[in-house]
Design a protein around this ligand. Structure first.
Ligand code: SF4
Length: 112
């Protein structure tokens, strides 16, 4: 538990220098995986806007996870559809409050 708190604090300190260049999302955003819990959460929250971009995988009839991010045909797209470049020339996550678990682990190599 103590190690988890220290790691989280370290990540907060490191990420405080984020300049929102969008590179981490561009780097990881075309080959991410959703967890089964992410998919259950999006279904519960009726986030069809997110689920429309997830290639849901099944094992023995159960949701095992999902491919992020895909087009209508189920093919991976080159960039996360929720990455937004706004007027201040910074990148934002358009689903920050609901983003997949894996995105909370993006790290910026500039700060390590
Ligand atoms: S969901 Fe948000 S954090 Fe994850 S790749 Fe897309 S824009 Fe980045």
């Amino acid at each position: 538990m103590t190690e988890t708190v220290i790691l989280f604090a370290l990540l907060c300190v490191c990420m405080s220098g984020c300049v929102q260049c969008g590179l981490c999302c561009k780097k990881y955003g075309m080959r991410l995986e959703a967890s089964a819990l992410d998919i259950a959460r999006w279904r519960l929250d009726r986030r069809d806007d997110i689920l429309a971009h997830v290639g849901i995988d099944f094992v023995d009839g159960e949701v095992s996870g999902g491919r992020l991010w895909v087009d209508e045909a189920g093919n991976r797209v080159k960039q996360c559809p929720f990455l937004e470049l706004r007027a201040d020339n910074k990148y934002y996550c358009g689903i920050h409050e609901s983003k997949p678990e894996v995105c909370t682990w993006h790290y910026c190599e500039k700060y390590f």
